[in-house]
Design a protein. Structure first.
Lengths: 257, 257
DNA sequence: CGATTCGTTGACATGCTTCAAACTTCGTGG
DNA sequence: CCACGAAGTTTGAAGCATGTCAACGAATCG
């Protein structure tokens, strides 16, 4: 970027994007007018309101300034599959259908402030490499979820989620050791492919093992090392028939407890 | 696009991208020289060769002209998680790490010809909206895999994969009713989060039910309706505790057999 | 203050993984 | 060209993790 320190910034600095290297709008477009337009396209939404719904025209993506959002899609059977939880600084809404229709929905989990990035502003004069970088970030998240769903058991999935949330809160300057979940057990289950009962039971068991303390939505991580170990654990102890088995170690709750 | 019919095309037309609306290079950049460069950056790789590996610099993405590729990542335990299978016309390699390092690897499943799209050519003068569209396509694939892994049982997963492959072959002008799998049972298991034995058993059972005929890597779909029904089926019969249960129907193998 | 949603706990059923072994195909070298 | 070994595929039996069903307690909301 070519912004010098002595220049008067025409765009208000927004520290929520700091972890990614500063305001995303500035990263993507150089045109000041468009930067200004982007910055002005803010939104505040109350808990439970949709940012967009499946089937709507996908003409923008978003960055969270404060609050949190979940994205999800609905199966043919009417079931909900949560695709991700987004925190301040996160980008979401990049996915769209072939015909520019939203393939997923996004809803706020609490009162939330958003930056809106209309595609129209990005039709030209965009840094494609930076745009790819943003998209790649999202894909990596998705891939991580795939890995969790395909290879980890209930303990590993819950531990992974908590570990991930803790790391993200920490990276944003909040405490990674104690935080409040903005999503329900239902949401967690729908995200991790587990029944609500399993989520509840697993959290209780973690607490009994002294790994964390949980009271409704409040979570306090007591033994982060154990949590990380569980998060890295695979579903079973494949040795012979596993996919390209390596020499990795294993972490069972019993071992960590 | 502003290419007129009477103009002499400087870039060789490549029908493999037709299903997406013509050559991807032309869609993304207008500069003829860069289009020409893109077209010249072809590659042919033999079976089992890597296109890129985790940790390498992510400076390009690819389109398959012929053959097939699987992308995968390796867990901390040394296990492999297949993220996707790519056929002619498919784009892959858009995902990258925070620091532009590959977060996944890609390897050919057979002799394969590729188009290479270096990010450097896309640094400027790119149609951002079109680029987002390409990335969104990939994300939708990922989301579909998440849904399969989180919500479907073994039958549903295998059926979904076969149904998907059939549809993709059909869309490319090949037969969707009979094709040869370019991936092993192992790969399928690593993709769908199932043990190899489960993959094998499920295929056998599908055959016994008259849904398909399978001999090693050769697959012939006999009852596509039944397969689709199974593919759309959810893992269980959640009624009360399921995530936002709807009125969708169910399809068990028993019902379709 | 009652109704509804959310979270927890228990008992039971089952689908998948794991372990074990045989068979087939393919590649390699004698 | 055949023999041999390695890898891929199939089949069987048993154990266990997770889903399902059911019921209760707690918090939230109007």
């Amino acid at each position: 970027m070519q912004t010098k320190a002595h220049e008067v910034p025409t765009v208000h600095p927004c520290h929520v994007c700091d972890s990614r290297g500063g305001c995303l709008g500035r990263q993507l477009v150089e045109n000041r007018d468009i930067q200004q337009k982007l910055f002005q396209a803010k939104r505040i939404q109350h808990k439970g309101e949709h940012v967009f719904r499946e089937g709507e025209t996908a003409d923008a993506f978003y960055v969270i300034r404060s609050g949190s959002v979940k994205s999800y899609l609905v199966t043919e059977d009417g079931e909900e599959q949560v695709l991700g939880f987004y925190l301040p600084g996160d980008v979401f809404g990049l996915d769209g259908g072939d015909d520019d229709q939203r393939a997923s929905s996004a809803v706020t989990l609490e009162t939330t402030s958003l930056c809106r990035f209309p595609h129209a502003y990005l039709a030209d004069g965009v840094d494609g490499a930076n745009l790819i970088r943003v998209a790649a970030e999202q894909m990596q998240r998705d891939h991580n979820l795939v890995l969790i769903l395909a290879r980890k058991d209930a303990d590993g999935r819950i531990a992974s989620l908590l570990d991930d949330l803790a790391a993200r809160y920490r990276a944003r300057g909040y405490s990674g050791a104690a935080f409040v979940l903005s999503m329900s057990r239902q949401d967690i289950g729908c995200y991790l492919g587990l029944a609500v009962e399993t989520v509840s039971r697993t959290l209780t068991r973690f607490q009994e093992c002294g790994i964390l303390r949980v009271n409704r939505r409040e979570v306090e991580i007591l033994d982060h090392a154990a949590l990380s170990k569980l998060a890295g654990a695979r579903a079973g102890a494949r040795t012979a028939s596993g996919c390209a088995a390596g020499g990795g170690g294993e972490a069972t709750l019993a071992a960590a407890c």
